[in-house]
Design a protein around this ligand. Structure first.
Ligand SMILES: NC(=O)c1ccc[n+]([C@@H]2O[C@H](COP(=O)([O-])OP(=O)(O)OC[C@H]3O[C@@H](n4cnc5c(N)ncnc54)[C@H](O)[C@@H]3O)[C@@H](O)[C@H]2O)c1
Length: 277
């Protein structure tokens, strides 16, 4: 059985939600965690609770220099890094006709650019330890629904980035995994699911969100085993196995729900709001 004890993991977006729960789970299993997040307040509180097994720094994943400094400092703290988890992300719910280009750019810059920069910053340490990269993606990187164009595009890009670097980094002994998550019960996920624009889709009812601890445990197992993929819930595997089929099904299902909703009311359209994923 692969173990976490004695390993050091660098996690972005560790101040809340799945990143925070994963840090907590890794510490519970005897690991050490270097936690970074742009939200310094939340991160500081979590780090204080987790004690000596964690190191933390306020870092914006779009700032390459900040990430480089953090990865180097974390590696010095732990005498090397065994794994990096690119988890930080934001979302922006809007119809494409209403979205500002700058909002689209920002989501892609954090979710895709931030993950790329995280890997680049940690790579020198990971090549030394023949370590592991885990990219926190989404089932929406494989099959897409409406109103999250920037988020979905960023996660589809992350899926492609993961497949590409898996092949290249194998030469260095660095393994690459991608986590495909769907409807995990974080505040950010509820904020997205409960956005008025999403209401006709009744995502919360259809998806039945999984506990955050389940995602944290699956991610921790993936780190221990250096897994190629991880799916939460397990049914998300279907999106990887049959993306074209599921996309066709999703297109039809969305069209039906939106047509029904339009019949009932016309005032849910036209809003745009900002939430984390
Ligand atoms: N919760 C879900 O249902 C779900 C589903 C699919 C994928 N995911 C993915 O899981 C990951 C975690 O999601 P979550 O639900 O825990 O969300 P969350 O909002 O709780 O966590 C995201 C964290 O990233 C941080 N962050 C945002 N921008 C940053 C930046 N520029 N630099 C550094 N940190 C930044 C936030 O402060 C936050 O702490 C994300 O990659 C998300 O896309 C979540």
């Amino acid at each position: 059985m692969a173990r976490i004890a004695g390993k050091t993991v660098f996690i972005t977006g560790a101040g809340s939600g799945i990143g925070q729960a994963t840090a907590q789970e890794l510490v519970r299993r005897g690991g050490r965690v270097a936690m970074v997040d742009a939200n310094a307040g939340a991160l500081g509180e979590v780090a204080a609770r987790l004690g000596d097994a964690v190191w933390h720094a306020s870092v914006d994943v779009t700032a390459h220099d900040e990430l480089l400094a953090a990865a180097a400092a974390a590696s010095k703290w732990a005498d090397g890094l065994d794994a990096v988890v690119a988890n930080a992300a934001v979302n922006h719910i809007a119809q494409i006709r209403d979205i500002e280009a700058s909002d689209f750019d920002r989501v892609v810059a954090v979710n895709l650019g931030g993950a790329v920069r995280t890997v680049l910053a940690a790579l020198p340490q990971l090549r030394r330890t023949e370590g592991y990269v885990l990219l926190v993606c989404s089932a929406s990187g494989l099959v897409q629904g409406p109103y999250q164009a920037a988020y979905n595009a960023s996660k589809a890009g992350l899926h492609a980035f993961g497949n590409t670097i898996r092949q290249e980094l194998a030469q260095d002994g660095v393994r690459v995994g991608v986590a495909y998550l769907n409807a995990v019960a974080t505040e950010a996920a509820y904020a997205a699911m409960r956005d008025p624009l999403m209401a006709p889709l009744r995502v919360e009812k259809v998806m039945r969100p999984r506990p955050v601890a389940e995602a944290a445990a699956a991610i921790s197992d993936a780190i221990a085993r250096r897994s190629r993929t991880v799916y939460v819930p397990r049914q998300a595997r279907l999106a990887a196995a049959q993306p074209a089929l599921l996309q066709r099904f999703t297109d039809r299902w969305v069209a039906r729900r939106l047509t029904d909703a339009t019949r009932k009311s016309s005032d849910v359209y036209g809003s745009a709001s900002e939430v984390n994923p």
